[in-house]
Design a protein. Structure first.
Lengths: 112, 113
């Protein structure tokens, strides 16, 4: 069965303190790995899709990387507005319904 | 640009009552999904639809029914609400089988007492 595990569950950073969030996955083949941002009281917002090991995507202070077993979301010099829950999801090749398996998320707090 | 709109945003039900959650999207997406989100757990798929007039069960379908009579709308029904159905419900939509990210609505917080 496809599994997605995110760590840590919660992370508190000072403004400007860079760090990384981890997403470990087991899936029978990988069609795509997705990162979403979720603000309190809102729905997840799509950030990135990664398709193959070695691939990287960047957006502002965020950079996502992918290996055969895990993905990292690197946050460089974070600001308070980066505070949110970050969700990871995987999609297997046999997911004809386009379904994604989500992790429980990492709740990031950035203090000024 | 409305995207995905969910109504209502909040609801309190008594055990045994029924209700319908409405999801509407204006992006002409073929695929639509209903998820529930509970503390400490990832989003779990309840039901989904790959096109108008079609529906299918997801990971946690028991106690829920869905309908997609129009392409832009996807309804989630609870026939007899139970406290275990207290959750935040999200609707999402996407293009076809390609690996596109989903567009989510803002959620419905449902409490069953």
């Amino acid at each position: 069965e496809d599994q997605v595990t995110q760590s840590p569950e919660a992370l508190r950073l000072q403004e400007g303190e860079s760090s990384s969030l981890n997403c470990s996955y087991t899936v029978s083949g990988l069609r795509g790995l997705f990162w979403y941002r979720q603000d309190p009281g809102k729905g997840p917002e799509f950030l990135f899709t990664l398709y193959s090991a070695g691939e990287e995507k960047e957006k502002e202070r965020l950079k996502a990387t992918l290996t055969k077993k895990e993905s990292f979301l690197h946050i460089t010099a974070p600001k308070p507005e980066d505070s949110a829950t970050y969700l990871c999801a995987v999609q297997a090749p046999l997911s004809l319904n386009n379904d994604m398996r989500f992790g429980a998320g990492t709740r990031l707090t950035v203090k000024p | 640009n409305a995207g995905v709109t969910q109504t209502p945003k909040f609801r309190v039900l008594k055990t045994g009552q029924s209700m319908t959650l409405l999801c509407a999207q204006d992006m002409n997406h073929e695929y639509m999904y209903w998820y529930r989100q509970d503390p400490g757990m990832g989003l779990r798929l309840i039901h989904y639809s790959v096109g108008e007039g079609t529906t299918a069960k997801g990971e946690v379908p028991d106690g829920y029914n869905v309908s997609r009579l129009k392409k832009q709308n996807f309804l989630l029904g609870l026939e007899s609400a139970a406290p275990s159905q207290t959750s935040v419900y999200f609707c999402a939509s996407s293009y076809g089988r390609q690996s596109y990210g989903y567009t989510f609505g803002s959620g419905t917080r449902l409490t069953v007492v």
